[in-house]
Write a protein that binds this ligand. Structure first.
Ligand code: NAD
Length: 361
């Protein structure tokens, strides 16, 4: 199979970690007989340096022609980088928001995995994390409170602010379908999180999710109120497989879930649209404090490449091989500096990429 992949190396540690992800993809190509057409695209600070703006029409058009885009992180140090002297609409992050919108990426997927080998980094008690956990947060990304009408007005001499939370049934249906499809590639459990005891938008959410569930008789659906979910994530994270939720709840819960794993350099993410297209990137930022030193952890970028193979190309076996190789490297005691602990072998960005490649056979 030939895979048509856009590559946005990005800023800070982006180019260093994307290089390792591409290296791993090439190894997968050799072992499983795939080829790639990689198209280099500029976004963020790297685009500002060349074109004066963080995202050009050309990049958008080229990205649309790809089957998937693999991305490093965008942005620099807001205190020192000249990019942040530009007006907000010309700064690196504006390019990121625009490309997500242009590509209609409505579903954000963030796995939160606690590797048994990295249990020491988890802030939860050992009896809770025994055996690790592996959940996927699916967050609606283009609707809800962050995109609703808003205004601040003076009413009877008192400043009053309004934000509206709107969802229509189509927006809910398309993300619910995505969540069930992904659950069927995993353990088949969907926990739909809402606030249906208070909000109309949540009551519609629940109704539509139940309708979609009827098309997936092998999947198990459970509803959970968001406040309870926030507690359950720290009380019993093992109970979750796929968490499906709206934009703002997902924003908060996905950060909570990431933090309970304790290792930001390990966490991948994907943003998907209605087709098989996706934008795949690490959950962390561009880490300007360590950029150029060759010590960044590339595992989040490598696992993002595995997600790309699984969700945009349906290459599950190849994605499993990458995930297994990452696990094996951790089991064999190799660590980048951010996840280093006593008795383990510290390696740099390129070395851990090589070690992962060696374990893909
Ligand atoms: P950050 O995630 O870049 O860094 C936070 C800390 O985690 C730093 O100490 C950093 O060294 C460390 N870290 C992050 N990723 C790492 C990795 N792979 N290996 C080792 N250590 C790692 O967050 P920040 O400092 O708040 O933001 C820096 C820049 O990144 C800002 O410009 C911000 O806007 C941008 N950012 C971009 C994205 C994105 O591209 N999606 C996401 C978040 C932040």
């Amino acid at each position: 199979m030939n895979l048509n992949v856009g590559v946005i190396r990005g800023d800070g540690i982006g180019p260093e970690i994307v290089a390792e992800a591409v290296k791993v993809l090439n190894k997968i190509g050799e072992v499983y007989g795939h080829t790639y057409t990689f198209k280099e695209l500029l976004l963020g600070g790297a685009s500002i340096d060349v074109h004066g703006i963080p995202l050009t029409e050309e990049t958008i058009e080229e990205a649309k022609k790809c089957d998937a885009v693999l991305m490093g992180s965008i942005g620099g140090d807001p205190q020192t980088s000249p990019w942040y002297k530009l007006e907000p609409s010309k700064r690196p992050e504006a390019g990121l928001l625009k490309i997500r919108k242009e590509l209609n990426l409505f579903a954000n997927l963030r796995p939160a995995v606690l590797y048994d080998e990295l249990r020491g980094a988890c802030p939860l008690k050992e009896e809770i994390t025994e055996g690790g956990f592996d959940m996927m947060i699916m967050r609606e990304l283009t609707g809800g409170l962050y995109f609703g009408d808003r205004k601040t007005v003076e009413e009877d001499g008192v400043l009053t602010a309004y934000d509206s939370l709107t969802y229509n049934e189509n927006e809910i249906r398309r993300i619910a379908k995505r969540a069930f499809d992904i659950a069927m590639k995993r353990r088949g459990k969907v926990t739909s999180v809402d606030k249906a005891n208070v909000l109309d938008s949540s009551r519609l959410w629940r109704k539509v999710v139940e309708e979609v569930a009827e098309d997936y008789p092998e999947a198990a659906l459970k509803h959970m109120l968001v406040d309870n979910c926030a507690m359950q994530l720290v009380k019993d994270p093992k109970q979750f497989d796929v968490i499906l939720t709206e934009n703002m709840f997902g924003d908060i819960l996905s950060d909570e879930a990431s933090m309970v794993t304790g290792s930001i350099g390990m966490l991948a993410s994907a943003s998907l649209n209605e087709t098989k297209f996706g934008l795949y990137e690490p959950s962390g930022g561009s880490a300007p404090d360590i950029a150029g030193k060759g010590i960044a952890n590339p595992i989040a970028a490598i696992l993002s490449a595995a997600m790309m193979l699984r969700f945009s190309f349906d290459l599950d076996k190849e994605a499993d091989a990458i995930e297994a190789a990452v696990n094996k490297v951790l089991k064999d005691g190799y660590r980048t500096i951010d996840i280093m602990s006593e008795g383990k072998t510290q390696v740099n960005t390129m070395q851990i990429g090589d070690l992962i490649c060696e374990r893909i056979a």
